[in-house]
Design a protein around this ligand. Structure first.
Ligand code: 5GP
Length: 178
């Protein structure tokens, strides 16, 4: 694979489609062993988690219910320190087993805020799942129950993740070069 040019930045290949597939399959198996997935509401955090969510749901088969929310905390390659969130369908979450499905957990600000909002809806349980986890920079107190791959503090794009709305549709993951 070759370097990738998005806006003013250069990215290099980092995680292949084959490695992504292995991680998603492993995560799905872990989930099936840990929770009754057929009786769970899965929340996809848009836009970034759309590809991971789709792959994960296909591995889990016919069970569960799917909900979607929009969250935004990044501008360019930096966190803004604030989280913007679209409406949550609280009625669909009340009294239910819920799994929040994120693309990437970095400092933990976004997931912490989202989890707080979901708790307000009164779920029976709440688990957190993320495809990528930046362990070095995570400052959250909440346990991340299901993790796909742990990565260093790189800025990455592809597999749903963008740089200024570019790169989301790539089936593999690239990291910022230099
Ligand atoms: P946190 O709130 O944990 O610091 O950051 C989580 C959110 O920031 C993610 O949902 C994602 O939107 C964005 N983000 C964090 N790290 C990266 C990254 O390396 N690449 C991209 N494209 N977005 C990231």
């Amino acid at each position: 694979m070759r370097d990738l040019y998005l806006h003013d930045k250069i990215f290099e290949p980092y995680i292949s489609k084959a490695e992504i597939d292995v991680a998603v399959n492993r995560l799905a198996s872990e989930m099936v062993r840990a929770i009754p997935t057929e009786d769970t509401v899965f929340i996809c955090v848009l836009k970034g988690a759309f590809m991971f969510f789709s792959d994960l749901m296909k591995q889990l088969g016919s069970g569960g219910r799917q909900e979607f929310i929009f969250a935004k905390s990044y501008a360019g390659t930096q966190s803004t320190g604030k989280v913007w969130l679209s409406e949550l369908n609280a009625d669909a979450l009340s009294g239910q087993r819920v799994v929040l499905v994120e693309d990437i957990v970095d400092t933990g600000l976004t997931v912490n805020y989202l989890a707080g909002r979901i708790q307000e809806a009164g779920p029976l349980s709440l688990h957190i799942c993320t495809f990528l986890f930046k362990a070095e920079v995570y400052r959250g107190l909440r346990t991340i129950d299901f993790k796909g791959l742990t990565i260093p503090n790189y800025f990455v794009v592809g597999y749903g993740l963008d740089y200024e709305e570019k790169g989301r549709s790539l089936p593999e993951i690239f990291k910022l070069k230099g």
